[in-house]
Design a binder for this molecule. Structure first.
Ligand SMILES: Cc1cc2nc3c(=O)[nH]c(=O)nc-3n(C[C@H](O)[C@H](O)[C@H](O)COP(=O)(O)OP(=O)(O)OC[C@H]3O[C@@H](n4cnc5c(N)ncnc54)[C@H](O)[C@@H]3O)c2cc1C
Length: 314
C-alpha cells in the first residue's frame, strides 16, 4: 500500500472539493500525497492537489458507474492508494460501493470530516436526518464518499501528471441521451426569507395566500414534501427536507408544518425559525425560535395587513 490519497468526482466543481479533502488528509499522513484522478482526459478545471493521475483508455468521468469503478479499480489494484475519496453524488455512491466490492476493502459513506487514527480512517457523518453525528472507522486501505460542502476548495494546481493505461473498459450500460430538467423560478437556496407551506394548507387554491405573503416579505415559497411529491400542488424544487432542498434563510416561516425530522433536516440551519400550527404539541415548535399556536388562515391575512400598514407608514 502507498501513502497516496486519491480523489475523484464526475462533477468538476465537486472534484476540486474532494481533492481539497484528499490534500488535507495527505498532510496528516507521513509521506502522503493527494492525487486527482482523471478519467480519459485531463480536466484542467479540477484542482486542489499537487498530483494528477490520468487513466488512459478509461470511460469518461461521467460514464456509467460500473465502468468508472472498473477503470479506477484497475489503476488502484496496481498503484495501491491508501484511501480513495469520491464525491457523494448519486453516481459517486454507486462507484464507491462497486469499487469497494471489487477491491474487497471497506467503504465509509457521506463523510463530513476525515482524520487518521493508527491504521484506520475515521469519518464523521451526520445520521438520523442530522440529529446525531456518528463517528465511523475503517482500516486502511479504504474508500470513502465525501459530502458536498465539507472541504473548501484550494487553488493548488497539479504540477505532475502520471498516466496509467487501464486498457479497454467495456460499459455494460450506455447513456443514450440526457435532457435538462425544466426548472422554475424559485431559488430557495439563496432566499433570505422562506414562507413554507405544509399540510395545514387545506386546498391548492389557498396557496396564493402564502405566495402573496412570501412576495410581501421579499421571500420565496417552500413546502413540505406532501405538498409537492404526494399532492403535486407545487413543483418538486419547492420541497424542503431530507429528500428535497437544504435551505439556510435568515427567516424560515413554517405554516401548518408538523416538523417531522425529515423536514427539519432541510431547514435546521435557518437563522430564525417561526412556526404557526394549531397543535401546541407539534414538533416544529421544538425547532422554532418563535411559535404561534393558531390557525394559519387567520394569521397569514393578519400578518399581510400588518406588513402593509408598516409599508404605508414609511
Ligand atoms: C424517506 C422519507 C423522506 C422524507 N423526506 C421528506 C422531506 O424531505 N421533506 C418533508 O417535508 N417531508 C419528508 N418526508 C415526509 C415527512 O415524514 C412528513 O410526512 C412530512 O414532512 C409532513 O408534512 P407536513 O408537516 O406538511 O404535514 P403533517 O405532518 O400532516 O402536518 C400538518 C400540520 O399542520 C397543522 N395544521 C393543520 N391545520 C392547520 C391550520 N389551519 N393552521 C396551522 N396549522 C395547521 C397540523 O397540526 C399539523 O401539525 C419524508 C418521509 C420519508 C419516509
Amino acid at each position: 500500500m502507498s501513502n497516496d490519497i486519491w480523489s475523484f468526482s464526475e462533477s468538476a466543481a465537486f472534484a476540486s472539493e474532494v481533492a481539497a479533502g484528499a490534500s488535507s488528509l495527505a498532510n496528516s499522513m507521513q509521506g502522503g500525497e493527494a492525487v486527482i484522478v482523471d478519467l480519459g482526459e485531463v480536466r484542467g478545471d479540477v484542482h486542489g492537489a499537487k498530483r494528477r493521475l490520468l487513466l488512459k483508455g478509461s470511460v469518461r468521468a461521467s460514464g456509467p458507474p460500473e465502468a468508472v469503478a472498473e477503470s479506477i479499480f484497475r489503476a488502484a489494484d496496481n498503484l495501491k492508494p491508501a484511501v480513495i475519496l469520491l464525491g457523494a453524488t448519486r453516481n459517486g455512491r454507486e462507484v464507491a460501493s462497486r469499487l469497494a466490492i471489487r477491491m474487497k476493502i471497506g467503504c465509509l459513506a457521506e463523510a463530513s470530516r476525515l482524520t487518521f487514527e493508527g491504521g484506520s480512517l475515521l469519518s464523521d457523518r451526520s445520521v438520523y436526518a442530522g440529529k446525531v453525528n456518528a463517528r465511523v472507522s475503517c482500516t486502511l486501505p479504504c474508500i470513502s464518499t465525501v459530502r458536498t460542502g465539507s472541504f473548501s476548495r484550494t487553488a493548488d494546481e497539479p504540477d505532475e501528471t502520471q498516466v496509467f493505461d487501464v486498457g479497454e473498459v467495456a460499459a455494460k450500460t450506455n447513456i443514450l441521451g440526457s435532457s435538462r430538467k425544466e426548472s422554475g423560478t424559485v431559488d430557495l437556496k439563496s432566499a433570505k426569507v422562506i414562507v413554507s407551506a405544509g399540510r395545514g394548507v387545506k386546498r391548492k387554491e389557498d396557496l396564493p395566500l402564502l405566495e402573496d405573503l412570501a412576495r410581501d416579505m421579499k421571500g420565496a415559497l417552500g413546502c413540505s414534501r406532501p405538498l409537492s411529491s404526494d399532492l403535486g400542488w407545487l413543483p418538486e424544487e419547492h420541497h424542503i427536507g431530507l429528500t428535497g432542498v437544504n435551505v439556510k434563510p435568515d427567516l424560515y416561516l413554517a405554516l401548518g408544518i408538523s416538523g417531522q425530522l425529515q423536514h427539519i433536516a432541510g431547514m435546521k440551519d435557518s437563522k430564525v425559525v417561526a412556526a404557526v400550527n394549531t397543535d401546541k404539541e407539534a414538533p416544529i415548535f421544538q425547532a422554532s425560535d418563535y411559535g404561534v399556536v393558531g390557525d394559519l388562515y387567520a394569521l397569514v391575512p393578519a400578518l399581510r395587513k400588518a406588513l402593509a400598514a408598516r409599508r404605508d407608514a414609511k
